[in-house]
Design a protein around this ligand. Structure first.
Ligand code: C2O
Length: 546
């Protein structure tokens, strides 16, 4: 195993998209940021130097950070932000993970432009469990706002609502042919006829689940997040924010230019940007492909589902399986039932710019009616480690305070989310099941839920209200997929299981950033076990203080 050293210089740089230039926060001047490529077992030492004018943190999405919450990154959960002019070194080892992950800023809105790929190859000498591809292509799906990120940030912090309206989706930072002024910069991937290509697809969009496809080419899904799957072939992939998918493609079509495209899957059908981002798969032998100039033949466009095609989205996710029988916990110590969804809070001053909900209310989101508020005086992990009281409480409810028909015609006034910083304590080694139930208060939608510090098994999902007497017996306890981010079905539920064997404070949240801003989060606090190997490591000396 090796150790890689990197410097991430966080700085504002002018970035031009859609004909206009905006001063954008970047890493080392790059947008998207640098790709990290390591092998399982390698150690990364990344010095983050904040030369921007905002507080910031970095998060290594999907890396388990065993006993090492200090390197996880969510602001005010595991660390205080890195202030302008300061630096912090993230030091962590990849342990038994392979696949595609990514990294992103984890403070306020900054992940909109501060993100990049984190590719994990197998240990040296270990082959992929599929034929070796000739070429690998990372595909970062993202969003772009045609205004100053500062303004988006302000709007986002105030209302959360403006964040839903990006001006373009992007592939590796570029909107592509179908957007104004973007044609020249469209990303082109040259390929040789006949070769096998591994696409490493990452959804780093802020608020949008996406359908993805490549014209005339079949995709064979081989892994999601950082675990392999039983291979299956599809023409369309649905990918939620935070999720990654590796898929093999064989360049077996007549030599030509083919669009790689992504467009929204919008389970809620509220205001959003319904446009398509494209890149081009260009066969090197395509007729009239010239070495100098750009090939001008119009690429072939893929067929993607309609933006509200929940049947296709659900069918895609339902096909995912682990390649072999896996070790799913069967005796459950902690049986949690979490409602996830939106809500409205009454405003004392309905004219405040924060109160953009109907009738002068304010949008909120909650788990079990608890709308999560980050602390400001310290991070949860630091406060816990130092025994500092008053930063959080441990009374997060394991079940909703009120039982109702969660997916029925529920009145908006049924409950008002209550704000607080409540965490849920877990004993080291306890086996945990969480049923995540979408609610239809305000909107029915898919919430891609992400757990920090862990991978979990997705043992079941369905539409409507979860019914333990019927649904539990249908759980897949043989070969469920292993993930770090999974969506509730819109107007439905999903069940996950894991063993709480990684001590620390671990954020659990909806990866739709507007929902996170509104409070759709909580944190687990996994206690130390017995001895050093079951306990959190001491914090690094340069860990920022609040
Ligand atoms: Cu990818 Cu808490 O984030």
């Amino acid at each position: 195993a090796e150790t890689q050293y990197h410097e991430f210089n966080i700085q504002a740089k002018p970035v031009k998209r859609l004909c206009r230039t905006h001063n954008t926060i970047t890493v080392n001047g790059q947008f998207p940021g640098p790709t990290l490529a390591v092998r399982d077992g390698d150690t990364l030492v990344i010095r983050a130097i904040n030369n921007a004018q905002y507080n910031i943190t970095l998060h290594w999405h999907g890396v388990r950070q065993l006993r090492n919450p200090w390197a996880d990154g969510p602001a005010y959960v595991t660390q205080c932000p890195i202030q302008p002019g300061q630096s912090y070194t993230y030091h962590f080892t990849i342990q038994n993970q392979e696949g595609t992950l990514w990294w992103h800023a984890h403070h306020q809105f900054l992940r909109a432009t501060v993100y990049g790929a984190l590719i994990i190859y197998p240990k040296f000498g270990t082959p992929y469990p599929f034929p070796m591809p000739k070429r690998e292509i990372p595909i970062l799906l993202g969003e772009w706002w045609d205004r100053n990120p500062q303004d988006v940030l302000k709007l986002a912090l105030f209302t959360g609502a403006a964040m839903n309206l990006s001006n373009a989706y992007t592939i590796n930072g570029q909107p592509g042919d179908l957007y104004r002024c973007s044609n020249k910069e469209t990303v082109i991937f040259p390929v040789e006829a006949g070769e096998a290509i591994l696409l490493r697809i990452i959804n780093s969009a802020m608020n949008q689940e996406l359908f993805f496809g490549v014209a005339n080419h079949k995709l064979t899904v081989v892994s999601v997040d950082s675990a392999y799957t039983k291979p299956f072939t599809t023409s369309v992939i649905m990918i939620g924010p935070g999720q990654t998918t590796n898929a093999l493609l064989t360049a077996d079509q007549p030599p030509a230019r083919y669009y790689i495209a992504a467009e929204p899957y919008n389970s809620a059908n509220v205001a959003f940007d319904n446009t398509t981002t494209t890149a081009i798969l260009e066969y090197k032998s395509a007729p009239c492909s010239s070495k100098k100039g750009k090939n001008s033949s119009t690429p072939i466009f893929p067929q993607l589902p309609g933006f509200n095609d929940t049947a296709t989205a659900t069918a895609f996710t339902a096909q995912l399986r682990s390649p072999h029988k896996v070790d799913v916990p069967t005796q459950i110590d902690e049986n949690l039932f979490f409602t996830v969804g939106l809500g409205l809070i009454n405003c004392s001053n309905p004219n405040s710019p924060r109160c953009q909900g109907p009738n002068g209310t304010r949008f909120a989101a909650s788990i079990n009616n608890q709308s999560f508020v980050l602390p400001t005086r310290n991070s949860i992990m630091q406060a816990y480690y130092q025994g500092q009281p008053g930063i959080f409480t441990t009374d997060f409810p394991p079940v909703p305070p009120v039982k109702f028909d969660y997916t029925g015609n529920v009145s908006r006034g049924l409950w008002q989310p209550v704000k607080g910083t409540k965490v849920y304590k877990l004993k080291f080694g306890s086996t945990v099941q969480i049923v995540l139930q979408d609610t239809s208060i305000i909107s029915v939608e898919d919430h891609p839920m992400h757990l920090h510090g862990y991978e979990f098994y997705v043992v079941g999902s369905g539409f409507g209200n979860f019914d333990p007497s019927k649904d539990t017996s249908k759980f897949n306890l043989i070969d469920p997929p292993k993930r770090n981010t999974i969506g509730t079905s819109p107007g439905g539920w999903v069940a996950i299981r894991f063993v709480a064997n990684n001590p620390g404070a671990w954020l659990f949240h909806c990866h739709i950033d507007s929902h996170l801003t509104w409070g759709l989060a909580t944190s687990f606090l996994v206690q130390n076990g017995v001895g050093e190997l079951q306990s959190v490591q001491p914090p690094p000396v340069d860990l920022p203080r609040c």
